[in-house]
Ligand binder design. Sequence first.
Ligand code: KIV
Length: 285
Amino acid sequence: MKKITINTIIKYRNENKKITALTAYDYSTAKYADQAGVDIILVGDSLAMVALGYETTHAVTVDEMLHHSKAVVRGTQNALVVADMPFMSYQIDKKTAIENAGRFIKEAGVSAIKIEGGSKFIVDIISHCTSIGIPVLGHLGFTPQYLHTLGGYNIQGKTLEATQELFEQAKALEQAGAFAIVLEMVPEEVSKYITEKINIPTIGIGAGRYCSGQILVTDDILGKYSDFTPKFARKYTNLSDIMVEAFENYKNDVESMSFPTESEIFKLSEGEKNRLKDNGLITNK
Ligand code: KIV
């Protein structure tokens, strides 16, 4: 399989081939998503909640995101790895934003970054990144870093005016050079309208069937993150049950001494065993 680049993603959109994207926060998850042929692997800041147990995405730092991004890059051969810029890593000023964005490319080795929002300030930051060779995936609709401003986990773009504003922001992101835009939690009619009217791919999450592609949080589709599962996250398996069962079985096996068995241990050679006996280190018991 060939390495996926931002050109591949744009080509897929132009050929009406759906783009597939999933999150990963560690080496082995990235490796399996990559093996499955997923096009984009996002090191989402959702890792703050899903992998680190915070209540929102706000707490995760650039250094933590870099740490996970490096692991994901090591596990990925073909997919396009995109790292989320965490809260307050690009909101202070242009200089800090560019420095932090550059660290993801330089230190973690990802191929693109994701930035949430569509205000003038954010569009300007995106424009700067793309002009210096840092590809940007935009993110509009419900943007978790704006949770407190949005007043909760609410569907966005529910009115004509809100749809028009979202469309204007999507256009501005396109003009700023974003190679694609994540559209999160917007009505299907709205994402369809935006997808048809802009010239870059849209990647939906809770945004219906007509986006250029779909993204979901891997721990949701695996049934591993059980604190909250959104309506749009299809569960393909129930890893949390599978994990608890495996851990219980292990605990029972250890307690009942049915683990480890002969095949799961190392033994001395007969010669060395006899020498240990001769020196009183072990007995015949
Ligand atoms: O952080 C994340 O996982 C995301 C996706 C839900 C798009 O931003």
